[in-house]
Design a protein around this ligand. Sequence first.
Ligand code: SF4
Ligand code: SF4
Length: 283
Amino acid sequence: MKIGITGGKGGTGKSTVATALAVELAKKNKILLLDLDVDCPNDHLILSIRRQKIRNIYQQIPKWDYKKCIKCDKCSQVCKFKAIVSIQGKYPIFIPEQCPGCNACSIVCPVGAINKEKKKIGTLYKGKNKNIDFISGELEPNQPVSEFIVGAVKKYIKSQEKKYDFILIDTAAGTHCDVIAALSDCDVVLAVTEPTPLGAHDLDLILQLTKILKLSTKIVLNKANIGDKNLIDKIVKKYRTEIIAKIPYKKSIIKAYSRGEPIKDKAIIKITDFIRFFQQEKK
Ligand code: SF4
Ligand code: SF4
């Protein structure tokens, strides 16, 4: 069973919930935790996992053969990502940092002047601790293709999925392509939020997304004893979902967080109870 842990907003406690849940579930189950917050993976720090590199992740990007180029400008016109700069009468100038490798320029070039080459865009890592198998993908700085890294991690684990009782997927914040790629095949999604106007706004966005993706989504309310819970209740009602656990803002949790350790709280037990119940229902 695959469980996505997400939240429209950064800093709501996704990684805190994902790692604590992994620790709790791993007491009796075989667990794989995927850190797919590929811009800034940090679950391994919380779980004291020493990561080992599996391999580099590459992407195909265009390479110009200026001997063939007739300076027709078609490649820069078709590039929606502004990765090709055209100056009249000059050869096109390529900006690799802007290029997600869509291949359109190569297709439109009338003289076959655009070939392909490999560019490193990220790294795949693995690790293990506390009975949790761990995989993460990390994007190279200044690359626009985080969803490629998410796709590469998911492809890598495909053949191993059956070994695990639960696969936990910790996503990036937001509702962009990398989050969609991370959540797309989850059985259930946990949206972690906090009772603030920003938390409510971004929860609304993530619930819009999971509704479109037809993913069953439940809410975990972090810092539940501060802020205005009514803000979240309105969104919960709007999407006809429910809050399955409330994590309080309290000293022991802040201490664990500041030490970079997984948190312990009865709210985490509640989430595991929900997951077991959901798993039974699914059967
Ligand atoms: S591969 Fe796509 S994004 Fe990259 S330069 Fe060509 S058209 Fe632009
Ligand atoms: S489309 Fe081909 S021929 Fe035209 S400018 Fe680009 S590389 Fe040169």
